[in-house]
Design a protein around this ligand. Structure first.
Ligand SMILES: [Zn+2]
Length: 309
């Protein structure tokens, strides 16, 4: 099995893209692979069962243990722990040195077990993290990355509305309780968006021709054209998915890991509804601030990243 990895920031739309691409006949929608596995065998699969009793993931874990002699969930957590954006420069330069050689081995072992059990050729991994995207490209010359870029103001808006509903603030793999610090914290999110754009550019340098930049807003405007472009890029037959998206039909979540809670509590299906602008506009100060803090990345994107066909 080769990986089709979705890279992007938090709230970039990776969850729905995993379901859409994973509905292709030769694909399996893994979801947020390492984020799901690191929570252990009691993590709930999109099918509603804990991974240890899900008919697919329990078999994958057993297959992995039988072929490698190692624990599937421990290795999933290890893969998660090795990759975060702060390690991107080290991983970029270090190439095949340790711990990366071990990373490639375990990554390929995990994908192979998923491929044997699911019977699919392409695993959609929507873990998002950029260092993991780089390591996925290095682990397998056939792996590919879709870099999904959503505009920073709606991303910050998504954080903002979750905050006002009492959600915790997740940033750099930690959760925080915010009160008066909401404005600076969300401006930090806007500023860190720039790092994602630049990391996306470095991914393409590391693996020319194996990274596709996709604009979330362009996708919402013309999902059929963008799905066609992604299908050509990844070698996926998306004709049935394109017809279903055009008709507004539901697609199965199958056994996807991680992702939004709304995905886990539904009826096992997902219907794509284009929503480029986000739910509601934030207060003007936040919109203005997010726009200013993300200006360098937006300029860089316009000059250096090709996001259209
Ligand atoms: Zn399942």
């Amino acid at each position: 099995m080769r990986s089709l990895y979705i890279a992007g920031r938090m709230h970039c739309g990776s969850t729905f893209l995993n379901v859409l691409l994973g509905a292709a006949p030769t694909a399996f929608p893994i979801g947020e692979l390492v984020n799901g596995l690191k929570r252990g065998p009691q993590e709930i699969c999109a099918c509603g069962e804990p991974l240890e009793s899900c008919p697919v993931w329990s078999k994958i874990a057993a297959d992995y243990a039988a072929t490698t002699g190692r624990d599937f969930f421990e290795d999933g957590k290890w893969l998660y722990d090795q990759a975060d954006i702060k390690k991107f420069p080290t991983a970029y330069r270090a190439g095949n040195a340790e711990p990366w050689a071990t990373y490639y081995q375990r990554q390929n072992d995990v994908l192979a077990a998923i491929g044997r059990v699911s019977g699919a050729d392409i695993g959609i991994d929507s873990s998002k993290e950029f260092t993991r995207a780089l390591l996925t490209l290095r682990a397998d010359p056939k792996a590919r990355v879709i870099h999904l870029i959503r505009k920073p103001v709606p991303i910050v808006g998504s954080y903002y509305w979750r905050q006002t509903k009492g959600s915790k603030f997740y940033f750099m793999k930690r959760s925080y309780d915010l009160a008066k610090l909401r404005f600076p914290a969300l401006m930090l999110v806007a500023g860190s968006w720039n790092a994602g754009v630049i990391a996306g550019w470095f991914l393409e340098r590391a693996a020319p021709g194996r990274v596709l930049h996709v604009s979330y807003e362009a996708f919402c405007t013309d999902p059929d054209a963008e799905l066609a472009r992604m299908g050509d890029f990844a070698g996926l037959d998306l004709s049935d998915v394109r017809a279903k998206v055009a008709a507004g039909s539901a697609l199965p979540l199958q056994h996807a890991l991680g992702g939004n809670d709304e995905i886990k509590t539904g009826d096992g299906t997902f219907t794509f509804v284009p929503n480029a602008g986000g739910r509601r506009a934030m207060p003007a100060l936040y919109r203005w601030g997010a726009s200013v803090f993300s200006a360098p990345g937006r300029l860089f994107q316009a000059v250096a990243l090709k996001t259209t066909g």
